[in-house]
Structure formats: C-alpha cells, structure tokens
Design a protein around this ligand. Structure first.
Ligand code: ADP
Ligand SMILES: O=C(O)[C@@H](O)C(=O)COP(=O)(O)O
Length: 415
C-alpha cells in the first residue's frame, strides 16, 4: 500500500479515489474509520471517507488520527489529507487542527496545503483561491449552509485555524522546475499554501512532494502522486460496475448553486420531483412514508427526484428557526430514512447530491466500502458498494460539481 488518504467527506473521497484510479492506482475507498482487520486486497491506495468536515474540531482530529493509525498499520508510505477544493471550513477548523494533528502523529514539521482543482475551476494564485473567475469569497461558497467561505486568502484562513506557521510557496517557485520546488519543500517549516493554476503545476507539486510524509489538499493534489510509486506507463482502467436490475432514485440535499441548476434542468427534462422543506420536516408536517409513496408511484420512465435544496434566503429562514446544525441534520436524517426505505423496496441505484448528504445516506445504507467506476463528470464517478448487503450503484456528487444535465446523464451511463 502506497498512499493512505483521509478525506473529510464522502463525495470528496470519491473525487480523490477517481483521481488516483485514473492515474493508474488500484484504489479502495472505505466508509468511516475502518477496523485493522478489513481485507484491503491488492489496493495500492486506500481512501478513508469520513464525515468530519463540520464536526467539532476535537472530534474531527480524533477520527482522522484513528484513520491514520489504521492506514499506518497497513503500511501506507505517504499520507494525504483531502478536504474540499473550496477549502470548506470555519475559523474553528477543521483543516488546520486535523493537519496539525496528523503532522504530530507522523513526526513531521512540514506539509503543504493546495486545494486547486483546475478542471473544476478551482485555482490558487498568490495564496488566493479562485472559483472560476471569482475569488472564493465572491463565489456562491459565501452562502454555503454549513461552511460559508468569506475570505479567499488561504494563508490568512489557515493561519486562523492552525498552530503551525502558515506561509506561501508562490507560482514562480512552482514554475521554476522540480529542483527549485523540491528545495522549497525541503526548507519548509510549518504549512505552506502552494499556488497551482493548472494540472502541470499540480503534477510538478506531486513530483516535488515525493518525500513529504503528509500532503494536504483537494483531489487535484493527487494528480502527480501515483507516478512517484508506480511503474512508468501503468494505464488507468475504467471498469463499468454492474449491479442487478433495480430502480433508481435521485436525492439532493446540496444547496450549492450547481446542484440547484441541475435540479431545475432535471425537472424541465420531465423528472418527477418532490420538494422538501426543512422546517416542515422538523415540524413533522411531511413524512418519510409520503416520500416513499411518491417514489414508488413515480411510474414513468425517468427516476424520481426528492430534493431539499434551497436558495440562500430559504436556507437562512430554516437556520433562523431551527439552528444551523439542526436544519442540516433534519434534512440529512429524512433523506437517509427515505433511502433506507427505498433500498428495502427494490431501489439499488442512488444518485445523491451533496457531501454531507451522501455521507449520511451511505452510512445509513450500511455501505462499508466502495469500488470506483467510470467518471460521470470531473470529480464524480459511479461507484459500487463492496461488502454489506446487496450491491448498490452509487453516484455521490459534490455539491458544486457536474454539468447541468448531471442527474439524467449519470442515470443513462449505468450499465
Ligand atoms: N432547505 C434546507 N435548509 C437548510 N439546510 C438544508 C436544506 N437542504 C439541505 N440542507 C443541508 O445543507 C447541507 C448541505 O451540505 P452538503 O450535503 O455537503 O452539500 P454540498 O455538497 O453542496 O456542500 C446538508 O447538511 C443539508 O442537510
Ligand atoms: O474538492 C471538492 O470540491 C470535492 O471533492 C468536495 O470535497 C466537495 O464537497 P461537497 O461540495 O460538500 O460535496
């Protein structure tokens, strides 16, 4: 086993697993902190998916260290802490506290932090994170329900979260060649935000990072890592992962701008849809049984969609009434109850939008591990459950990923 990765949410973990697998690595993604006796087969990278992004920092640290301990026991040669390409976090954490704790655990005084994912429009320049052409703080991430990002200066953002010194390795060093970049990493003390504006930068960073025990970043940071371990020319394999015949459902708890557009498009394309309201759920004015009947009764050709995704003003109203965490939790619990009920009624294909949402649903479905299948859109593969009950096909979409026609595109790609 070469790479042991710890991802702070489930969709982020599938995103990372897809990247490693497309770079030729045999990847196993596990859901939750695994027990040391889990059979990882011939996996060269194991990605532990957690649901720790918005937990209290001490809890996130504890879960991450437990995962690191198991990965070390399996012989991981390099550790990767994966967080969101939009650096989703608050001033309390969890990126800084988890990175600090992993550094101590691995006995290293240095690491890098680079959330860049240029294919999906996330670039880092002069330490500032851009989403498309906008600074992070001017993107729709400023209104995220759980981790509103209102500062694009990552040295400042991470500086507020970490006990380590946070510095910048700028693009001029990244572009200066492998030796210059490696020497910057060798001289580093603390955590360096590293600029990256395209995949060539990320591959250069990957090569220069070959001796770092710990790397932190988005999935893009993994582009250049497999080549440090694998024989040259190992081809990626994209295998379709069939599951037995069964029905499909779309579930969306992400309030991200891309997901809201994808929902509008699916409805315009004729997908039967049921909208949930967070306050109505909390006040028991809508029941899971009604949503189950809706899905069972959606007899047309296209799968049903159940969604709670809302504009920032509606999210704000729910949070004012219920509190931020409870508003999120009631929706996650509702969609998990629904998925569990549907899984018992012949549904075995789930397309789920949202990282926290996917984490809640997949945990409830009792899925211990995932195999990585073909890419639907950048950062989003089809996956198949491994272990647990009957195999499920799962497409777990990060809120802001995917083309406008994502839902039907994903469904049509199924074997
Ligand atoms: N209508 C709503 N009001 C308030 N919170 C909501 C609503 N719909 C969903 N949520 C919550 O917002 C959060 C969205 O996070 P997540 O699923 O990670 O999406 P993303 O991938 O876009 O970040 C979840 O906790 C979800 O339960
Ligand atoms: O890096 C990314 O952007 C994704 O892999 C990711 O982590 C997104 O998180 P969610 O938007 O919460 O799904």
């Amino acid at each position: 086993m070469f790479i042991g990765a710890i991802a702070d949410d489930l969709t982020g973990a599938t995103d990372l697993s897809l990247t490693l697998s497309r770079e030729g690595m045999r990847v196993l993604q596990v859901v939750g902190v695994p027990t040391p006796d889990l059979d990882i087969g011939d996996a060269e990278a194991v990605v532990v998916s957690m649901k720790s992004r918005t937990n209290p920092a001490a809890e996130a640290v504890c879960m991450s260290l437990a995962a690191a301990e198991v990965l070390r026991g399996w012989g991981a040669r390099q550790f990767l802490f994966k967080y969101c390409s939009t650096f989703d976090s608050t001033d309390q954490g969890n990126i800084g506290p988890v990175a600090d704790a992993l550094m101590t655990f691995l006995g290293t005084d240095r690491t890098i932090a680079c959330p860049a994912f240029p294919t999906n429009g996330r670039t880092v320049y002069r330490g500032h994170l851009f989403v498309g052409d906008r600074l992070l703080s001017e993107s729709s991430m400023k209104d995220h329900p759980l981790t509103p990002m209102r500062d694009a200066d990552l040295v400042r953002v991470l500086g507020r979260q970490s006990g380590n010194r946070v510095s910048l390795i700028g693009r001029e060093t990244v572009a200066a060649g492998d030796a210059a970049l490696k020497s910057a990493f060798d001289r580093l003390s603390g955590i360096a935000i590293v600029d990256a504006i395209d995949d060539a930068d990320l591959r250069a960073i990957g090569r220069a990072a070959r001796d770092l025990p710990l790397i932190t970043g988005g999935s893009g940071i993994a582009l250049g890592l497999p080549a440090n371990f694998l024989p040259q020319g190992r081809a990626a394999s994209e295998t379709a992962l069939p599951v037995p015949d069964g029905r499909a459902v779309f579930l969306a708890g992400s309030c991200s701008a891309a997901t809201r557009q994808q929902i509008a498009r699916a409805i315009a394309d004729g997908v039967p849809a049921l909208k949930l309201d967070a306050i109505a759920i909390a006040e028991n004015r809508v029941s899971v049984a009604e949503a189950v009947s809706f899905c069972l009764g959606a007899a047309g050709e296209l799968p049903p969609l159940v969604w709670s995704s809302a504009e920032p003003a509606e999210v704000q109203r729910a949070q004012d009434r219920l509190g931020r965490d409870r508003a999120g939790a009631v929706v996650e619990a509702f969609l998990s109850d629904l998925a569990e009920a549907l899984a018992g009624r012949g549904f075995n294909r789930f397309v789920i939008a949202g990282g926290e949402t996917s984490g809640a649903v997949v945990t409830r479905l009792g899925v211990p591990a995932l195999e990585i299948g073909p890419e639907i859109d950048p950062g989003v593969p089809w996956t198949r459950s491994r272990g647990g009950a009957a195999p499920l096909a799962l497409a777990l979409k990060s809120g802001n990923f995917g083309a406008e026609e994502f839902f039907l595109k994903a469904w049509r790609l199924l074997p």
